[in-house]
Write a protein that binds this ligand. Structure first.
Ligand SMILES: [Zn+2]
Length: 409
């Protein structure tokens, strides 16, 4: 039976003004029609399943571009990932994808999980064994020997080794590639302020991934790592923290590199909600300047936004305090701390992120022919972005997961 979802307003994810009294008609898992209620054409006498969200808003399902489904999101996340069996990690992953879906995430990208635990989870979702969003998987992240996330990554030092590691992940079924271009806070002993790979190694990675039809996302904290990634043409920068080599300087922001980023169409996932979650959940900030100056960081991000960088919504879910149903904090922090509009943050959460993942033909906006990935929230997120926390109805590839407040999975 066709499904008609109606609400006070419809935000289609493209940035177009909202449609008042909007509706989406779903048929066979796809979006058949989108528009004002009175414009939707139905055949006479046709039986229709109708859901109406009074006072609510219809949007595309959210696209969470950065998760680690095998990580626990608890204070002990590091111990869990270094000591637990693959079987336990898979069970964590099953719970993680369910949790994300119930918060309105209908597409999720995993940017690095241990061994091959991500693949059976992706297959179980596809075959209907477990509920979950459309899942894109990087397989294991690629890192240097003893480098960032070596405890669940594939270690590769030279360009030849990196290319081999990419081919291995491709062979296992990876949808994209994740490479650690600098050290990271999660891995003791790595240097967040120094690159792990020179630009030519990253360039070799991009070329081979492109040959295989895969896009490359690169973790980068150090400004020198950001420069290497931009020079190499990495498709998606993760964190992009611009840390200076000298900790006393904190940041080494370079607007000229940002101009190249814009020219090359590089997407940035600034993982900017982590600070808010840690603060909210009582995690002490480490002493010293290692973790920077949040106010200056948001100024930098805003400058990048103003220069035209395309921002995507990644939480780094699975890291301490970043839970899998926390998606709505990302647009919230973008509005509160970067000062962009709710509409802009919604477009990042849907259209831009789907485009970054290379699946905008399939999802990310409400347009006829696309997969029926649709959510409805109570209230108006354009008036207050916090409304995105209150997801009332979720349709994932045509399947009703939550109906007017009632969870069906
Ligand atoms: Zn990550």
């Amino acid at each position: 039976m066709k499904l008609l979802l109606k609400a006070d307003r419809l935000i289609d994810g493209t940035g177009a003004p909202p449609i008042h009294n909007g509706a989406v008609l779903v048929e066979d898992g796809r979006i058949a029609q989108v528009g004002a209620c009175e414009e939707i054409r139905l055949e006479e006498g046709e039986p229709i399943d109708e859901i109406e969200i009074a006072g609510g808003s219809i949007l595309p399902g959210f696209v969470e571009a950065h998760t680690h489904i095998h990580c626990s999101a608890e204070a002990d996340a590091y111990r869990h990932v270094t000591t637990e069996s693959d079987a336990t990690l898979i069970m964590r992953g099953v719970q993680a994808v369910r949790s994300a879906l119930t918060s309105g995430v209908t597409t999720m990208r995993d940017l690095g999980s241990k061994n091959q635990v991500i693949f059976p989870i992706r297959e179980a979702i596809e075959s209907g064994v477990i509920p979950g969003p459309r899942l894109l998987a990087a397989g294991t992240p690629i890192t240097t020997t003893a480098g960032h996330c070596n405890m669940f990554g594939t270690e590769a030092d030279t360009a030849d080794e990196v290319v081999k590691a990419i081919r291995q992940q491709f062979k296992l079924g990876a949808d994209c590639i994740k490479i650690m271009s600098t050290g990271g806070g999660f891995t003791p002993g790595t240097n967040t302020r120094a690159p792990q790979y020179p630009a030519d190694t990253l360039r070799a990675a991009v070329e081979d991934a492109e040959r295989l039809g895969l896009r490359v996302a690169a973790h980068c904290h150090a400004a020198a790592g950001v420069r290497n990634c931009v020079e190499a043409g990495i498709h998606n920068l993760i964190h992009c923290t611009w840390l200076a080599e000298d900790p006393d300087d904190i940041y080494d922001y370079d607007p000229d590199v940002v101009e190249v980023m814009v020219e090359k169409g590089i997407y940035v996932d600034p993982t900017l909600a982590l600070g808010r979650l840690n603060q909210m959940r009582g995690r002490e900030r480490p002493a010293g300047r290692a973790f920077g100056d949040p106010e200056r960081r948001f100024e930098i991000l805003r400058d990048m936004w103003d220069r035209g960088v395309k921002f995507v919504t990644g939480m780094d879910a699975g890291m301490t305090n970043a839970r899998f149903d926390d998606f709505a904090y990302i647009p919230e922090v973008m509005v509160d701390n970067m000062g962009i509009s709710s509409m802009e943050a919604i477009v990042c959460s849907t259209q831009t992120s789907a485009d970054c993942l290379g699946i905008l033909d399939e999802t990310g906006t409400l347009e006829p022919g696309k997969a029926a990935d649709v959510v409805a929230v109570a209230g108006d997120p354009l008036a207050d972005v916090r409304a995105l926390h209150d997801v009332n109805t979720i349709i994932s590839r045509g399947r009703v997961v939550k109906r007017a407040g009632e969870l069906l999975i």
